[in-house]
Every structure is written in structure tokens, then in C-alpha cells.
Design a protein around this ligand. Structure first.
Ligand code: SF4
Length: 151
């Protein structure tokens, strides 16, 4: 089971997959409290969903790109099952994570997008990235800067 905040279909506005129709799966809960956070509603709101029901809902949207975001998706162990199953089904999967948790166990087929926490975030001491390859995002005050294939 995974606690899900929302699932919706939109156009990817970030990363090297910008512009692609994408299903966003937003998990509930986050271990950080960044000053600039724009998804505070995901801290607690949401409900448990089975991996199977999440995949069925994703399939209704017809997109081949899936972005796993949060909150912090890696707080929930079953997120690995979801990502692996989506990859097996042929989806292109990206994971947005806050950089405080180990992502070395994430399926190799998943594109890992790591938010590097700058001093202004208030969570800079949380950064704990161990392994490439990743894409990184830096939030400088209120301005988002995309650094592709940094490592
Ligand atoms: S890691 Fe993301 S969801 Fe969590 S507090 Fe920071 S900006 Fe918000």
C-alpha cells in the first residue's frame, strides 16, 4: 500500500522530459519542511492505495510518462514495487526526491530527479545523495534552476 495525495495527468514542465504528457503520482508525507515548499498539502492529506489500483488509474490516462513525486516518495517502501512494475509495463518513469534518502535501491530504469537543498531551503543539512546517475534541481530563493546530468 502507498499513501497517495493525488494522481493527475498534465504536461511535464521540468527536467529533460519537459513537454511530454505525463501522469503525476503524488505521494503523501515528507520528512522535510523546506521554506519554499509549494506542496504543503501533501504533508498529511491522502489515503492508502494498492499498487494495482494506482497502475489501473495511470493506465486510464493513456500517457507513457509517469512522474513519481511528493511529498517524499522514498518514505514508502512499496513505491519501489510501483516504479518497477511501471517500468516492466513499458512506462518511462521519473522520481522526484528531496535528496535526504538513499536512492541507490531505486530501479536503474527510473530517472532520478534530486532536489539539492540549498541553504535558503532550511533543509540543506539533509542532503544525502550517494550514487549517480541523477538529474539535480537547485532552488535558489524563489527561482528554480535546472541542472541536467550534473553527475
Ligand atoms: S522536500 Fe519537497 S515536499 Fe518536502 S518540504 Fe521540501 S519542497 Fe516540500
Amino acid at each position: 500500500m502507498i499513501k497517495i495525495n493525488e494522481i493527475f495527468h498534465s504536461i511535464q514542465g521540468e527536467t529533460s522530459w519537459v513537454g511530454w504528457p505525463t501522469v503525476f503520482v503524488r505521494t503523501s508525507g515528507c520528512n522535510l519542511r523546506c521554506r519554499y515548499c509549494d506542496t504543503t498539502y501533501a504533508y498529511y492529506e491522502g489515503g492508502p492505495r494498492s499498487v494495482e489500483s494506482i497502475i489501473v488509474e495511470i493506465q486510464t490516462h493513456g500517457a507513457k510518462y509517469v512522474c513519481i513525486t511528493g511529498g517524499e516518495p522514498l518514505l514508502q517502501p512499496d513505491i519501489h514495487i510501483l516504479m518497477r512494475n511501471l517500468c516492466d509495463l513499458g512506462y518511462k518513469v521519473s522520481l522526484e526526491t528531496g535528496g535526504s534518502l538513499d536512492c541507490t535501491t531505486v530501479d536503474k530504469r527510473v530517472k532520478k530527479i534530486i532536489d539539492v537543498k540549498t541553504p535558503d531551503s532550511g533543509a540543506a543539512d539533509s542532503f544525502n545523495v550517494k550514487k549517480p546517475p541523477i538529474q539535480s534541481r537547485f532552488f535558489h530563493c524563489q527561482q528554480r534552476i535546472q541542472i541536467r546530468d550534473l553527475f
